[in-house]
Write a protein that binds this ligand. Structure first.
Ligand SMILES: [Zn+2]
Length: 384
């Protein structure tokens, strides 16, 4: 095959267009990766709604939760970021945001290298000659070149990890880092009662991460019941509070306070991104509890808040944005370790790699009919 099919969008609100681009030569520090599966993320949906604050290089290829197999690899790209050997046939994933390793933040604040000043995205995209482009997993292949962009990071996956499962490693890592931040600060302990606000894919994965990292009880506030809240309970949430049954913040706070009587939850994490989640979640906490904000990463819909309650309740508030390069390996390891403990595949709704399939994957995610829409360019590889 001398060409590679990539799905591109011409701009916000456009439908996917399948394009064929020429297959590149692979230099010594580069690799071509055949994509087995790639999720649809809330960030992709924001971009398609035109919410991205900066100019984007339209047309381009979306998708950054990818898992695939090394198709071709240069002689000098012998190891992944963790020092594991890479060869043709190795299963791999690539995170969308890769700290450069050399800017002021990367050098002086490695724990927050997620705020790298000059981050690297997947090397160079097929068909687009101006590197770096942002996203590209909704394609048959992606191309990386560490010679051109040394900050690029490839992570080897366990040989026996199904690649559809592996496509959850990037969003799971975001959840792990958020709890990890609270643990390192001493604010998340074994047996703690955790409330998750939001029942989208990040909310569901946070239910698993919370339990794997020691939570005693997990309660989810979200909607709709089917498929999302039902799936949260399948993942081990002790209870769910539905926005359909509890339409006001007061009603939701009362429901959670009743379940966490007499003092309230130890930790509340916002995975919803809704601007009112913070003020609402703070009232679900016990005094001295901890609020983790990982959902709201835009200033869309900023509202008047009860932020003074952070003081009167003596709270800890932590932000957690994406992850650093060292967090990814934890995500892969947790997925591998907990492979049989959660119904991971039940959160994924699969769509074929066609213009119609990709359009439907996006629409299902927007309509909340799916939890994690997953585009599958190589069905024969996705389960292997
Ligand atoms: Zn950097």
């Amino acid at each position: 095959m001398q060409t590679v099919r990539v799905a591109t969008f011409d701009g916000p609100g456009s439908s996917p267009t399948m394009r064929e681009v020429s297959k590149p030569e692979v230099p010594p520090k580069a690799a071509l990766i055949r994509i087995a599966a790639c999720g649809v993320c809330g960030t992709d949906l924001h971009i398609l709604k035109g919410h991205w604050p900066k100019p984007l290089p339209w047309p381009f290829t979306l998708g950054h939760e990818l898992a695939g197999v090394v198709e071709e690899i240069g002689d000098e790209l012998a190891e992944d970021f963790m020092g594991q050997p890479l060869e043709v046939g190795s299963k791999v994933m690539l995170p969308p945001l890769m700290p450069c390793g050399s800017c002021y933040y990367c050098v002086h604040y490695p724990e927050t290298a997620n705020k790298c000043l000059t981050p690297v995205y997947y090397g160079r995209y097929l068909g687009f000659e101006k590197p770096p482009h942002l996203w590209g997993g909704w394609a048959e292949m992606v191309y990386v070149d560490l010679g051109e962009l040394p900050g690029t990071k490839v992570y080897k996956l366990p040989d026996d990890m199904p690649l559809a499962l592996a496509s959850l490693s990037e969003p799971l890592t975001s959840c792990i880092r958020a709890f990890d931040r609270a643990q390192r600060a001493g604010f998340f302990r074994v047996g703690d009662t955790v409330v998750i606000q939001g029942s989208g894919p990040i909310g569901v994965l946070a239910v698993a991460a919370a339990q794997e990292m020691g939570a005693g009880r997990v309660i989810v506030v979200g909607a709709p019941e089917k498929p999302r809240l039902a799936l949260c309970r399948r993942f081990g949430a002790e209870a769910t509070v539905s926005l359909e049954d509890h339409e006001t913040p007061e009603s939701r706070i009362e429901a959670v306070r009743g379940m966490t009587a007499p003092f309230g939850a130890d930790l509340v994490m916002d995975c919803s991104g809704h601007p009112s989640a913070g003020p609402e979640g703070i009232e679900m906490l016990r005094d001295g509890g901890t609020y983790v904000e990982m959902g709201q990463f835009t200033d869309a819909g900023a509202i008047e808040t009860n932020w003074h309650r952070i003081c009167t309740k003596d709270l800890n508030v932590l932000g957690s944005w994406a992850f650093t390069a060292n967090d990814i390996a934890k995500g892969i390891a947790m997925l591998d370790r907990a492979r049989d403990r959660y119904p991971w595949s039940e959160m994924q709704t699969r769509f074929p790699f066609t213009e119609e399939g990709i359009g439907e994957a996006v629409q299902s995610a927007l309509d909340m009919r799916s939890v994690k829409s997953t585009i599958v360019p190589a069905p024969d590889l996705a389960d292997g």
